[in-house]
Design a protein around this ligand. Structure first.
Ligand code: SF4
Length: 58
């Protein structure tokens, strides 16, 4: 599993971090960062919840 965040479309809402802090952390630039690309099951849940569809899980 590979998790990516599109920083062009991320609005920095923090939803992904609150759902799946093992994988996502908000960066100093206000965009979500992927800590562990080979992430946890919650990464898909976060992708489904992202309001801008900025998270891809492949
Ligand atoms: S849920 Fe989506 S828009 Fe919100 S911080 Fe995470 S990647 Fe960005």
């Amino acid at each position: 599993m590979v998790v990516k965040v599109d920083e062009e479309t991320c609005i920095g809402c923090g939803v992904c971090e609150s759902i799946c802090p093992e994988v996502f952390q908000m960066g100093d630039d206000g965009k979500a960062k992927v800590l562990k690309p080979e992430g946890a099951d919650c990464a898909q849940e976060a992708a489904d919840a992202c309001p801008t569809g900025s998270i891809t899980v492949e």
